[in-house]
Design a protein around this ligand. Sequence first.
Ligand code: CA
Length: 219
Amino acid sequence: MLKVLIVEDERPISDLVELNLTASGYACTCAYDGMEAADLLERYTYDLVLLDVMLPGLSGFDLMDQIRPLGIPVIFLTALGTTADRVRGLRAGADDYLVKPFEVVELIARVESVLRRAGKGDEHFTVGDVDIDVRSMQVTKGGVPVQLTRKEYELLLLFVRNPNIALFRDTIYERVWESDFLGDSRTVDLHVQRLRKKLGWQDRLSAVYKVGYRLEAAR
Ligand code: CA
């Protein structure tokens, strides 16, 4: 599931964007001021940022300095419809912009187009006889659909995006559950066991002593 960070201090707009993007299958996180956004960007990874320009704390332009090195595509949400501000936004590295008020269909179309250009959204992974289509969230094994819970799916994506790398339990927990790891590894272990069972991955998802787990994929 693609992750979108919505940085917008006007609640009605933020709520509207979140509601519609969630309905379209995106995982949304909302930040209501610049500092909150900066903090989230430091701690988590996102596939796209929707960025308001006029924000309390740090402005959208200030945040661009932090986002650009991360390589995350950005769509500016701006009330400032003047050409000068649009140009400034694009010069700052934004991939697109939307002038408020905007229509929901336009929002979705821009989001899809920016993600497509960034090479996201049509991701596809094959590991052994397991196929994962990110856009449709379809997982099949030997051509047969596998039903996964949302967390099992997120966990699977984390593994296939990081093949042959030992992932720490706390990293896994923080990425998939998006909250701080408090030392209870049972949640991670339980979900790994379920994935192993559903995908027949007893040998592929190997335990790494004192670390966590590693997906053994063909190199
Ligand atoms: Ca604003």
